[in-house]
Design a protein around this ligand. Structure first.
Ligand code: PGA
Length: 253
């Protein structure tokens, strides 16, 4: 049995200005003093990354962007490259979030290009997957998850190995920002399915080491039950990551 360190990641989405962001991360840094056995990460909007990095200072908080382009540079108005994120202080990048997939029409193919570029540039991707309510009600959940894994991780399938640093996040779309959380049983079932898929397509060793986060209305009062599931290795938190009390409440699960 491998000991996977849980990761609690805050996805701030399009919220908070620079002073709010730096105040929040300083409060988190203060609140996690003395807390061990858990990794903490924040993902502010692009424009706040550098300031948040400065505010983090020496605190044990990882910095992620919420998206990026797969090209190194060039005529891509409005886009940000992997190297730019590293320059701003990022170690991680969230890719394929359901809001990117649905609102900005990102396909598995685009997400695969981003995952590949992030990995080759030295950023750790947090790859999001998850089914919609209609897909769940039609009993398509496993097919949808399998297809998203196959499509978004195509580069690694072709390479024949998946780096154990890659992070996956299962976020049922019907649970994001809705206050409706998957029950620990529902989440565990999919997490185990994902881990078995990694075992079948890569190796048992890789499957044992990869962290799979759960996301979708995670709050201080439901985090302990979710985190106690054997295949849930942390949380990707939206709404509840915007206030120090609630984010710290989840970190202290
Ligand atoms: P939520 O968002 O916690 O507000 O549901 C989660 C996410 O979108 O990552």
């Amino acid at each position: 049995m491998v000991n996977r360190i849980p990761l609690i990641a805050g996805n701030w989405k399009m919220n908070l200005n620079i002073s709010q962001s730096t105040a929040l991360v300083k409060a988190i840094a203060e609140g996690i003093k003395g807390v061990s056995g858990v990794d903490v990460l924040v993902a502010p909007p692009f424009t706040n990354l550098y300031a948040v990095k400065q505010a983090i200072g020496k605190a044990d908080i990882f910095l992620a962007a919420q998206n990026m382009h797969w090209e190194k540079e060039g005529a891509f108005t409005g886009e940000v490259s992997p190297q730019m994120l590293i320059d701003a202080g990022c170690t991680h990048v969230i890719l394929g979030h359901s809001e990117r997939r649905s609102l900005f029409k990102e396909t598995d193919e685009m997400i695969n290009s981003k995952v590949k570029a992030a990995h080759l540039t030295g950023l750790t991707p947090i790859v999001c997957i998850g089914e919609t309510l209609a897909e769940r009600e039609n009993n398509w959940t496993f097919d949808v998850i399998r297809n998203q894994l196959k499509g978004s991780l195509k580069f690694f399938i072709e390479e024949g190995s998946l780096p154990k640093s890659i992070i996956l996040a299962y976020e049922p779309v019907w649970a994001i920002g809705t206050g409706r959380t998957a029950t620990p049983e529902q989440a565990q079932e999919i997490h185990l399915f994902i881990r078995n898929w990694i075992k079948d397509n890569f190796s048992k060793e890789t499957a044992d080491q990869i962290r799979i986060l759960y996301g979708g209305s995670v709050k201080p009062d439901n985090s302990a039950a979710l985190m106690s599931c054997p295949d849930i290795d942390g949380a990707l938190v939206g709404g509840a990551s915007l206030k120090p009390e609630s984010f710290l409440g989840i970190i202290r699960f």
